[in-house]
Design a protein around this ligand. Structure first.
Ligand SMILES: Cc1ncc(COP(=O)(O)O)c(C=O)c1O
Length: 373
């Protein structure tokens, strides 16, 4: 008799999709987790040229082309001050596959993975798919992850904890002091710190820091992607970088599950990482202006919002019934509980949408707040 695995029976399709389905076709969608910009033209051109040159017809090396991995190493030197060996990089099918590789290579059945709550939905699901047990920790009132809470949650069974700054769904950015603490915890407790940095370029106050800058052991594993930074979610190109022994274990999974990341996406990513970075700056500036617009609107609507200083999300505290009321009135937002138990009483609002739509949505969200109070 055919049966499904215990691991797969532990996860369900993301609750976010259900919200989209509940909304009408003309709804203003503030539920999306991707930039509303085209992929930069020089990236598109590099991809079409690579196709025409016949550079995309064959498998690449399992880790990805040497040129792409050199571009990724150079990116880490330029942006993060990290000395990354191109041999210690695996190009993946988006950040999603990179997260999967980290989990599969480090989490054994029964191991615990400490994750932020509310947090990105994949951390819980990928932990379970790897046979592990998610250990959600509540965020501080300002919706940042408290290193002390992470440290308290660590037991003898902990394999890993996850840090995501800037964060989906909260839009908050970890302080340098907290990031230093995450590195210390990884070192002192000998657990893996999975740091998901896919929003690193969208920081409006302060600056982005990676625990990899401060760790003294090889316990920090970095996941990143071109998806958000270059508006390339459809290309599916991310990566993971870690020490040689960790990369070797993750490559075992990647080699059999994926063989290599799509060749054309690898060429596109190389162009994105080595070419002009102005499109990234322009997107970041646009997001910041929209964030200001949204925060003013939410404040006028009487909704308290922990200040989001990065990514393109805000997570206000909302009254009972507000999310349903907003969706009924034709604006899609995601209920906070889709991101974990402690997300209840909040909603995630993505401002990766046009300014005019955002203004119209703010009016509707304000009217909804008045209606449910
Ligand atoms: C925090 C976070 N990490 C990783 C990902 C995965 O991104 P990708 O499209 O590169 O797989 C997302 C996508 O929404 C995300 O929000």
């Amino acid at each position: 008799m055919s049966q499904f695995s215990d691991r797969v029976e532990q996860v369900s399709i993301s609750g976010i999709r259900e919200v989209f389905e509940a909304a009408g076709e003309d709804a203003i969608n503030l539920g999306l987790g991707q930039p509303d910009f085209p992929t930069p033209e020089h990236v598109q051109d590099a991809a079409t040229k690579a196709i025409k040159d016949g550079a995309c017809d064959a498998y690449t090396s399992n880790k990805g082309t040497r040129e792409l991995r050199e571009a990724i190493a150079e990116k880490h030197s330029r942006d993060n001050g990290l000395d990354v060996d191109p041999e210690h990089v695996i190009a993946t099918a988006g950040g999603s596959e990179a997260l999967h590789l980290v989990m599969e290579a480090h989490v054994s059945a029964g191991d615990e993975v400490v994750i932020p709550d509310p947090g990105f939905v994949s951390y819980d699901a990928l932990t379970r798919i790897a046979g592990g047990t998610p250990k959600p920790v509540a965020l501080r009132d300002d919706l940042t992850l408290d290193p002390a809470a992470v440290e308290d949650a660590i037991t003898d069974d902990t394999a890993m904890f996850v840090v995501n700054s800037p964060s989906n769904p909260t839009g908050t950015v970890a302080s340098e002091a907290d990031v230093r603490e995450f590195a210390r915890i990884a070192d002192e407790h000998d657990v893996v710190c999975l740091t998901d940095e896919v929003y690193e370029h969208f920081v409006f106050e302060g600056s982005h820091h990676s625990p990899a800058e401060f760790a003294e052991t090889d316990n920090v594993v970095v996941v990143n992607a071109c998806s958000k930074a270059y508006s390339m979610t459809g290309w599916r190109l991310g990566w993971v970088t870690a020490s040689e022994r960790r990369i070797e274990r993750m490559l075992r999974v990647h080699q059999y599950a994926q063989a290599c990341a799509t060749a054309v996406a690898q060429h596109a990513a190389e162009a994105a990482l080595t070419g002009p970075q102005d499109p990234v700056t322009e997107m970041a500036e646009t997001f910041e202006a929209r964030r200001d617009l949204l925060l003013d609107g939410l404040s006028d609507a009487g909704l308290e919002t922990p200040t989001p200083t990065g990514a393109f999300y805000a997570m206000p505290r909302v009254p009972d019934g507000w999310v349903e009321e907003v969706i009924d009135r034709g604006v899609v937002v995601v209920p906070g509980e889709a991101f974990g138990e402690h997300g209840a009483g909040h909603a995630r609002i993505s401002y990766a949408t046009g300014t005019e739509e955002l203004k119209a949505a703010i009016e509707i969200m304000t009217a909804a707040a008045d209606a449910v109070r």
